[in-house]
Design a protein around this ligand. Sequence first.
Ligand SMILES: C[S@@+](CC[C@H](N)C(=O)[O-])C[C@H]1O[C@@H](n2cnc3c(N)ncnc32)[C@H](O)[C@@H]1O
Length: 360
Amino acid sequence: MGYNKRSNFLTVVVVLTNPSQVILRNSNLFENQNVLVINYEDDRLPKDLLEHANKVTALALDFHHHLQMESETSQELSLFFSHCLPNEELFDTAIIYYPKAKALAAYLINLAGQHLKPGGQLVVVGENKSGIRSLVKQIPSYFDKPFKRDNARHCLLYICELIDQAPKIRLDDWVSQYQLETPQGEITVCNLVGVFSEKRLDEGTKLLLSNLPKMKGRILDFGCGAGVITAALLKEQPKLQIECVDINAMALASCELTLKANNFIATTYPSDGLDQTQDKFDGIISNPPFHDGLKSTSEIAKKFVSDSVIKLRRGGVWHIVANRHLAYSDTIEANFGQVNVIAENNKYKIYSNKFNKQTR
Ligand SMILES: C[S@@+](CC[C@H](N)C(=O)[O-])C[C@H]1O[C@@H](n2cnc3c(N)ncnc32)[C@H](O)[C@@H]1O
């Protein structure tokens, strides 16, 4: 299943993911309905659903998925990138793409329940390997027992009905908040469900915090997650103007909570890679992502390094931690002219380079 999209002279075939194909196999569930789609994937299922549903509202937690669909906004199709909807609209049906993190699934189920009319229908779809089978045990008592409606394309699709009022979501109930002793001093970390290093500091980030550089001016924290790196930087160097970007809505919301809990000020916004950042920076700091669905790790690393040199001012600092098995060195050498490893342990390396135009 798929469709053709004309882009200049090329015809690009955009294929629906397996869970989306299973949703469309069951399209009679959505005939003439007002449908909410939560956590949709890298395809255009929300638009395709309009062949059956009267109106579709789609909430992306991944900014890349949102960008794919954004231009399709219409009276019948509302699109949002966030951890929640900006209004209290109620729907006939809510569809959830079951996420990898079970705790995030619980949050999304609560969110769906909050936005369903009494007796509204919840549809949950996911690959077998996503852990969707645990839905039956996980579903809260305000829904009736989920019924396995379809089993195809390595996916399961369950449906159930809202039988009681779902509790209103309070973000505080979905946050792990902990105090963290860092070389820069104590900080508070607020981590929403499903966000990187939810319960404790990542080992790579730990090595980075033990080797933070002195920075100045405008700094980018790329893939900020819950904002641990920014918080540690601001604890020691409060004058920095830091921009925190991430592709994940739950991460950005966590980062905002972390900033607030520490009384720090920084700007947060979504970006897919460095694409949505503006102008140049005096420094880029990161524990960069090392996997992204179908893309290989080396592709992501290469793109991050080559985009970084475009975004750095002359003399700008590029300071990252990476798993030592990732092939960063050649790409760093090609873009920065040399590779500086300033610290390492048996799992991670800290690469720290300055950007000088003539070395590119
Ligand atoms: C290894 S985690 C680091 C999180 C945080 N900085 C820390 O050290 O705890 C990488 C982060 O990059 C984000 N990310 C993944 N792909 C991205 C992309 N294409 N653009 C921006 N951020 C991305 C993930 O959501 C995740 O929060």
